[in-house]
Design a protein around this ligand. Structure first.
Ligand code: EPU
Length: 293
């Protein structure tokens, strides 16, 4: 169908936090052939491009945003590729939802992703943020990642050519802005029932400590070295703190939740208040994990 262009896309409809204004345009990629059209589009447009994924780690400003959103439509797959030693290589498009990949892995009897149960977002976003939970980071399961940039086109990069850090991914051989197109994961063949019980256990743990069904963008701040931002925010009195229709969750103080009708202005003011409270009490400046558009 070619590169799809959607005018005035609503950020509130495209983010799990459910707030924010309207961007100028959204370019939706349906297949690899659309990347050439994306390249032309980016040359033509002077707007700020941003790859949006499933919008689960984003806080978008209210009003009009002078931006071009880029999204990869849900691709077919995932697919099994081949055995590699004791592992099975699996290929998955970046536009796939992470929970969709996990569901497929469970049915296929492939282990490795269990601890990531309950993380929303796209597979591309999980690469770009090196999503992690309960000791597993997405990056450690990756054997190769296929990146696209206007200068280099599509290139496969081995995991050891990439840098995966705490909520960080980069690839020095593809400098500048790039888009994750596809990923190859190395998973372990296992009984589907065992994979399912691992996923259930991780989800149960998550549900006890995080507001998994609320409208949120996950943790707002990164954990500072050797500490939990949630604990610092809690001790600084931010748990349950409300402003308008936004609040820090009363289950976990590092989750900002939209109670319904919340605005970016309210969210940003709460973030500011929280940062000041933690700085005053602990002399620590929290760094945002959520991407502010
Ligand atoms: N804690 C409090 N009060 C709170 C929240 C937490 O006292 O309001 C305490 C807990 O009792 C615990 C400690 O802080 O002793 C750590 O809490 P938790 O186990 O919930 O982990 P976290 O450090 O707050 C991190 C990640 C989460 C990830 C969990 C589980 C960050 C910023 N957060 O949370 O990731 O799901 O570990 O692995 O790295 C995310 O990145 O969006 C995210 C949610």
């Amino acid at each position: 169908m070619g590169l799809e262009l959607i005018r005035n896309p609503s950020l509130a409809e495209r983010t799990t936090l459910g707030l924010g204004g309207v961007a100028e345009v959204e370019a939706v990629l349906h297949e690899a052939a659309d990347l050439d059209a994306l390249s032309e589009f980016l040359t033509r447009e002077t707007l700020r491009p941003f790859v949006i994924g499933q919008g689960s780690n984003l806080l978008a400003h209210d009003g009009h945003l002078d931006m071009a959103l880029i999204r990869t439509a849900t691709p077919p797959g995932p697919t099994r590729v081949e055995k590699s030693g004791s592992k099975l290589l699996v290929r998955c498009g970046a536009g796939q939802r992470l929970p969709g990949l996990l569901g497929w892995a469970q049915r296929a009897g492939l282990s490795g992703l269990e601890n990531l149960t309950g993380i929303p977002g796209s597979v591309g976003g999980a690469v770009a943020m090196n999503a992690g939970s309960y000791g597993t980071e997405f990056g450690e399961l990756i054997s190769r990642v296929r990146l696209w940039s206007p200068m280099q086109g599509l290139v496969w990069m081995d995991a050891d050519q990439c840098t995966f850090g705490y909520r960080h991914f980069s690839c020095p051989a593809v400098p500048g802005k790039s888009l994750v197109w596809e990923v190859e994961l190395a998973l372990i063949e296992m009984n589907p029932k065992s994979v399912r019980s691992g996923m259930r256990a991780a989800y149960a743990k998550k549900r006890e400590t995080q507001p998994v069904t609320a409208r949120s963008a996950g943790c707002v701040f990164k954990n500072p070295e050797g500490a939990s931002a949630g604990m610092l925010l809690d001790k600084a009195g931010m748990k349950g703190r409300r402003l308008g229709h936004m609040a820090f969750s009363d289950i976990h103080a590092n989750f900002l939740v939209n109670l319904g009708g919340g605005t970016a202005a309210q969210a940003l003011e709460l973030i500011d208040t929280a940062r000041k409270a933690v700085r005053e009490k602990f002399d620590t400046t929290l760094e945002a994990e959520v991407i502010i558009l």
